[in-house]
Design a protein around this ligand. Structure first.
Ligand code: SF4
Length: 668
């Protein structure tokens, strides 16, 4: 079957009903307040932290209404144990312990919020101003920060307490606030320095915005999570520090606070005098209030940075569709990798997101397989799953399928077994060499680390092997002593490949190794990879979005669309005669290095949301050939002359082929 390509700029002729693209976004998802509330409600640390803090806030605001007795009234029998009248007993002076605890909450809460607010305000003013103003201002403010950072707080408080004859609440707040901002200021300064050269700040400067406006409206909003963390950290520090100071007698002994209770309990040897709860409960309250701030700090980190959130993956209902027929590649003994029905899902707030859906393919020894597709199609997740690199901070999990590598199912291997075969039998070249190479270690040190992790080679042998692999990728061995920043982008990527070849593995998985390079460097690197692959005989899985580039070097191509295999087959055949409308559109979208000049077209629309995939063909919304059937029903993979295509346009061809194959078998 053939069809005329329709210019991709033409809008799809078929309207996809809303049901095909999943349910509409619920109203409740909209709005910052609603989103924040949902995020807090879903985060256990946030829920526990908020409940604890609310509990203490209520106690601190209404102690007169909640406490059963006056905290200072010495009217009961001293040293009573717990009873219905006195839940936590009485003190050595005949006061009710519970009432003292309730009244003591107020001072700790006031200290926490006052010190947190004061320290955070100082940290923001000093840290952000120092980084943004730079020059002498930065030097002066940084000097003050460093001095405050190293001032020993205890001796200072002792001096102040002696001068003041016991530090009261106001003194504690001022001293703790004045000494507790320096750490936050350092963090905020570092963050502001990293923002200083960002384009949006340059744009604000070019627009002629005032410095104060840039700081308040451009910089501070981007650091909300750091500022909140700074406040919560300072509040936690204030609660613990104030209680500690009062416990050792450096506070006002007549004030109502948990630290003062601890001080009097210790003075009266409450633990040995059967007044255990008098000594223990104030400490428990300090710990619980501190835990509330610590939990909120963690929770805020997780809420503001979704990558830190631990979500449980619930895959119920994600595997309802029947599996595709297994790829009918000839069984040969040189097959080193078989991926069977592999599915990977990520946990998200909207439920599981299946990023790799039931993928099948195999790889032969010395074969070059290209995996191509748009961003977000699942190709990198597939690579991570094969290499078993999924795990924190990614919340992805292999939910189904097998990855048989040289006879072993990688999915079932433990960490130790994986460590044994990684790098020796298969290695991975990451996307960005600048990030993948450690910037503070020389190339030689990084090669040595890799060798030591996987072998018992001596230093001499490691040096010899490092020189060999660097020569393999045409890098002068003199660069063994270079740091990554001293190499060009192409050389860094070559160095990564050299490291991947240290043990001459059977398989090298490459995740877009050329994406950060210019066109000339890309081509040169690709030719080198191909030459090495043919010379050393290792197989390559090359993940890229540049179909045109990889098609000049790969033996077979696997085209992915929206987590599924759209087309899989011989590169030449697939390149000359792309069958799936998506493959054709991809080829039309990329310029070719060879051949006549042709007008390039894009692919209209965007891939579907994998959290709510359409029920029919995933490409239907962008496909000029979509039919009501393909919108409603998901096509399986059809085998057309050895090429696998997920498209109903080839249903008849596949059926005819099956009939022909059956007839041939019958004749035979
Ligand atoms: S089945 Fe084929 S023709 Fe139909 S929408 Fe999908 S890709 Fe287009």
């Amino acid at each position: 079957m053939t069809f005329q390509p329709v210019p991709a700029t033409t809008e799809p002729t078929t309207t996809v009903p809303s049901s095909a693209t999943g349910p509409p976004i619920p109203e409740s998802r909209r709005g910052f307040g609603t989103d924040l509330w949902r995020a807090v409600a879903r985060n256990r640390k946030a829920v526990v932290g908020v409940l604890l803090l609310l509990f203490f806030l209520v106690l601190s605001v209404f102690p007169g209404e909640i406490a059963p007795y006056s905290p200072t009234a010495e009217v009961f029998q001293p040293g009573l144990g717990p009873s219905w009248q006195h839940w936590f007993g009485t003190t050595a002076y005949g006061q009710d312990v519970l009432s003292q605890l309730i009244w003591g909450t107020r001072q700790s809460v006031v200290i926490a919020f006052a010190v947190g607010g004061l320290a955070t305000a100082l940290a923001v003013i000093v840290g952000v101003s120092a980084a943004y103003l730079g020059g002498i201002s930065d030097g002066f403010l940084s000097l003050i920060t460093d001095v405050i950072l190293v001032i020993p707080i205890f001796p200072l408080i002792i001096v102040i307490a002696a001068y003041e004859r016991n530090a009261g609440l106001f003194t504690l707040v001022i001293v703790l606030g004045a000494l507790g901002w320096s750490y936050g200021a350092r963090q905020l300064r570092a963050q502001t320095l990293s923002l200083r050269r960002r384009d949006f700040l340059e744009a604000a400067r070019v627009r002629g915005e005032r410095k104060s406006y840039v700081i308040l409206h451009e910089i501070l909003p981007t650091m909300t999570s750091l500022i909140v963390a700074s406040f919560l950290g300072a509040a936690l520090y204030a609660v613990l520090f104030a209680a500690g100071l009062q416990f050792i007698g450096l506070g006002d002994p007549n004030s109502q606070s948990w630290g003062t209770m601890l001080y009097w309990a210790e003075n009266n040897e409450a633990l040995g005098a059967n007044m255990v709860l008098w000594a223990i409960t104030p400490g428990v309250c300090v710990a619980l209030l501190g835990a509330a701030f610590a939990l909120l700090n963690y929770a805020f980190d997780e809420i503001s940075n979704p990558a830190l959130r631990l979500r449980k993956l619930d895959i119920t209902g994600t595997r309802e569709r029947p599996k595709d027929a297994t790829i009918t590649a000839p069984t040969t003994s040189d097959r080193i990798l078989e991926v069977r029905g592999l599915s990977v899902a990520y946990a998200s707030d909207e439920g599981p997101v299946v990023a790799v859906d039931n993928v099948d393919f195999d790889l032969h020894r010395g074969e070059f397989l290209g995996i191509v597709g748009e961003s977000g199609c699942g190709k990198s997740t597939l690579m991570y799953a094969i290499a078993r690199l999924l795990g924190p901070p990614f919340s992805g999990e292999i939910t189904d399928g097998e990855v048989i590598f040289r006879g072993r199912d990688m999915v079932k291997l433990g960490d130790r077994q994986l460590r044994h075969i990684r790098w020796r039998e298969f290695s991975v070249v990451m996307q960005s060499a600048m990030n993948a190479l450690n910037p503070v270690l020389t190339i030689e040190a990084q090669m040595r680390d890799a060798c030591k992790a996987h072998s018992k080679m001596s230093d001499k042998e490691i040096e010899k092997r490092s020189i060999e692999v660097l020569k393999l990728v045409s890098i002068d061995p003199i660069h063994l002593l270079s740091y990554p920043h001293q190499l060009s982008g192409g050389m860094r990527q070559r160095a990564m490949i050299a490291m991947a070849l240290l043990f001459t593995p059977d398989l090298v998985i490459m995740d877009e190794p050329t994406s950060a390079l210019d066109v000339v460097a890309q081509r040169s690197l690709m030719m080198q990879i191909k030459e090495l692959q043919e010379r050393l005989g290792f197989a390559v899985i090359f993940v890229t979005h540049d179909m045109s580039l990889v098609s000049h070097f790969s033996d077979r191509l696997l085209v992915m669309y929206a987590a599924q295999v759209a087309e899989f087959g011989n590169t030449r055949q697939l390149f000359d005669n792309p069958r799936h409308p998506y493959t054709r559109a991809l080829l039309d979208a990329f310029p070719s290095i060879h051949g006549p000049r042709v007008r390039l077209t894009g692919i209209p629309g965007s891939p579907p949301d994998l959290a709510r995939p359409p029920q029919g063909c995933r490409f239907a919304a962008r496909c000029p050939h979509a039919t009501p059937r393909s919108i409603a029903v998901e096509p399986p993979l059809f085998d057309v002359e050895g090429d696998l295509v997920r498209c109903f346009l080839y249903e008849e061809s596949a059926a005819e082929e099956n009939v022909r194959a059956g007839a041939t078998e019958g004749v035979a």
